[in-house]
Design a protein around this ligand. Sequence first.
Ligand SMILES: [Zn+2]
Length: 206
Amino acid sequence: MQFSSALLENAVNEFAKLPGIGKKTALRLVLHLLKQEPEKVGLFGEAIIKMRREIRFCQRCYNVADADICSICSNSMRRQELVCVVENIRDVIAIESTQQFSGTYHILGGIISPLDGIGPDQLHIEALIQRVQKEKIEEIIFALNPNIQGDTTIYYIQKKLQSYPVRVTTIARGIAFGGELEYADEMTLARSITNRLPVESYVSNR
Ligand SMILES: [Zn+2]
């Protein structure tokens, strides 16, 4: 790609560093910004700079926050004794979007994956154990991706929690709503049968 302006080229190169953005898309976005009023583009740039400079991580659950403690942890309407353990911030956003969970979270910042060189010490596992020690937590709900690394992480943390009087559960894994049994993979179908539910709780949760 040939540019007659180094400023334009620089902006395109910066956009192209974003995930899923190729050079062509980057150029389209930059040209779009070029058509806008400078003030509007200024607001766009400021929002990004301010976000990166001022965002913090909750000292309790490691969620993104505008203060030392995030808005979920500091909300007295949330059930503080219920902690949902997730891999990353995107998982929190996904669960929050369901509007079905009224507890709090704990973000591990990844999952145990020896092949990728990620061990328990690189994750916020110790901080979770400390929360269980200090706070009146009644239940830890694991909402990790259903794969080997997710299961390894659950197993590791669950062993560490054994000596504490806390209920440890995991989100149900089963057939997707609207899906068809014959197309479900064997592992999912097997788990759905093993973790079957009484019909009363299935009906009442609909
Ligand atoms: Zn928090």
